[in-house]
Design a protein around this ligand. Structure first.
Ligand SMILES: [Zn+2]
Length: 188
């Protein structure tokens, strides 16, 4: 985990941010490395009912694949458009977890997931993402512009222009790199 904590997201969206950050790519640590650890983490975030008391390797792999799809989706906030491969994965996940719309007495709607087992957790995470897309907070969720880092953070800057998880670490690294390239060009 980068030494400086990134800004937390509002409400339940923070659970999604923490989920993406269960893997510290740079350090090579994955909190969801085993089915047991995955179960513990998902339960700890209220993403699985108590009735789900075991996950297998395939469940764990599905959760991790979904996490990396989300990281790709967050990367689009800097890069523009979602590629076909990410879209296909995301749409397949939505179908698998049984996402459905329910209308409410106030004339509004709610998205909910009908899946069992690990699909319950993936469905709840996806529901939070859809809610954030609907209320506008999703556009502030980003991943660090340093490809070796890709840490998820919530951009609270007025101009929505934050690019790095931490200016002190990844931001400065990028600046130093640019400076070194310029300097090298001059002396040669
Ligand atoms: Zn970073």
């Amino acid at each position: 985990m980068p030494a400086t904590q990134s800004a937390a997201a509002p409400g339940r969206l923070e659970v999604v941010r923490r989920f993406v950050n269960t893997c510290d790519i740079e350090a090579g640590n994955d909190t969801l490395a085993t089915p047991e650890a995955c179960l513990r983490w998902l339960r700890g975030q209220d993403l699985l009912d108590r009735s789900v008391d075991t996950l297998d390797r395939a469940d764990r792999d599905e959760v991790v694949a979904f996490r990396e799809s989300l990281r790709d989706v967050l990367g689009v906030h800097r890069n523009g458009r979602l590629g076909d491969a990410v879209l296909d994965r995301l749409n397949a996940t939505a179908a698998r977890v049984g996402l459905a719309v329910r209308f409410t007495p106030s004339g509004s709607w709610q998205v909910h997931a009908r899946g069992d087992g690990v699909h319950q957790a993936v469905g709840r995470l996806l529901t939070i993402v859809i809610g954030a897309m609907a209320d506008g907070t999703w556009s502030r969720m980003k991943v660090c512009a340093n490809d070796a880092c890709r840490w998820a953070f919530y951009d609270r800057s007025k101009a929505r222009s934050r690019r790095w998880c931490s200016m002190r670490i990844c931001g400065n690294r990028a600046k130093q790199h640019a400076w070194r390239s310029r300097d090298g060009g001059k002396t040669r």
